[in-house]
Each structure stands twice: as C-alpha cells, then as structure tokens.
Design a protein around this ligand. Structure first.
Ligand SMILES: O=C(CO)COP(=O)(O)O
Length: 214
C-alpha cells in the first residue's frame, strides 16, 4: 500500500511532516510520499522523502504566467504529481494535457476522481493510478473505506474494466492503520490523506499507526 500525504494549503510545517514521513518510511519499509505546496517542493524533497506535486499545468514552457509546469515540479525534486484533485478540478481536456505534461517530465501520475464513473474516464487517459475521493467525506472523521466501501470496490472494478494496469487508490477521512488495512481489503493499492496528518499534534505518531495497517 502506497501512502500519500497531501498537505493541501494547511498551515502545518511541511519540513516537520516530511522528516517524519521519511523516518517512518525508512524504519518500516513502507512507501510514503508527501505532497506539499508547489513553492515548498524543493525543500521537502531535500529531506529525502518521496515528494509529489499537488497539480501540474497542461502547459509546456512559454508565455503561461501562473502555471505550475511539470518540468519545474520534476526539476525541483518531485517524483510524481496529483492531477484533478477534488479541490482543484480540471476540464477533461486539461486532465489529459496534464497527464501528458507529467509523462514528458517523467513524473508519476495519480488522477483524482469523485466517483467510479469518473475513475473509469480518468483510467482511459492512461495515468499510473487513479484515486477515488468522495468530496462529502474529505476532511471528515470517517474513512471512505468504512463510510462507503462500495465506492472503493466499484472504483477498482471501473478502472480494471478500462485498463488493468492503472492502480486504484482511495482517500477521504483516512487517519488510522485500520483505515489503511480496510482500504487494502477492498482492493485499493494505496491511500491519499491530508487532515489526519497535516492537522495532527504528532504527525510521526499518526504515520506510525498508518503503516501498521499495510
Ligand atoms: O483530499 C484528500 C487527500 O487528497 C483527503 O483529505 P482528508 O484526509 O483530510 O479527508
């Protein structure tokens, strides 16, 4: 199970979380990545933790003020990027363009989706993985795998029907090792989470609990 911690725009210390994630990953052998704000990618990557972008633009180099280029994300040390997070939704053509931009820059890709139908559409674009995150459960206390196990199973089936090579992750409300274990039992290959770590008093303790569910 891959554990990706999305720091969103939370006011946490990205280096504290990155250092904790690096240490827990090293001690446990688990794959843990941290996805900070674009401006923090280089210093988070410098800790040695696997680092991901939160978004990349479909644009290449050129006159595109305000764009977060896949090339810049990769050059600053990221290994992958989220695309189309529920809080940063894109048009279908732009999701496709962002996946292609990430591929050009050698970034791994996870395309987020709200439901199994969108998972199928996202899988058709050929990312490395898709993630189902029901918006109404994001930021809540109950894990998607507990609140709506059917959505995870249906997402796995939807991706499998389109392209069996695309991994399926789930996210929303994940905060414990038991949540990770339940997600794995439903067929997910990883979890995306944010508030459970970014808002924790002791992020390292939460990460240690999370990896206990792998
Ligand atoms: O959106 C998420 C991860 O990308 C999930 O957020 P929470 O873990 O806060 O529910």
């Amino acid at each position: 199970m891959f554990i990706l911690v999305n720091l969103k725009a939370y006011p946490c210390d990205p280096i504290e979380v990155a250092t904790a994630a690096r240490d827990v990953a090293e001690a446990s052998g688990a794959r843990i990545a941290v996805s900070p704000q674009a401006a923090d990618i280089a210093r988070v990557a410098d800790t040695g933790v696997e680092t991901w972008g939160q978004h990349v633009s479909p644009n290449a180099h050129g006159s595109h003020t305000g764009s977060t280029l896949a090339e810049a994300v990769a050059d600053n040390g990221a290994e992958g990027t989220l695309i189309n997070h529920s809080e940063n939704r894109l048009k279908l053509a732009d999701i496709d363009g962002s996946v292609r931009a990430a591929e050009r820059a050698d970034l791994e890709t996870i395309v987020c989706a709200n439901n199994p139908a969108q998972v199928g559409a996202a899988a058709a674009l050929g990312p490395d993985a898709v993630a189902v995150e029901p918006p109404e459960l994001i930021g809540g206390d109950v894990s998607v795998a507990t609140a709506d196990p059917g959505i995870v199973e249906d997402a796995v089936a939807a991706a499998e029907a389109v392209d069996p090579a695309v991994d399926v992750f789930c996210g929303a409300g994940v905060s414990t090792g038991e949540d990770v274990s339940t997600a794995g039992d439903l067929g997910a290959s990883g979890v995306l989470l944010a508030s459970g770590v970014a808002k924790a008093d002791d992020p390292e303790a939460v990460l240690e609990d999370l990896v206990s569910g792998i």
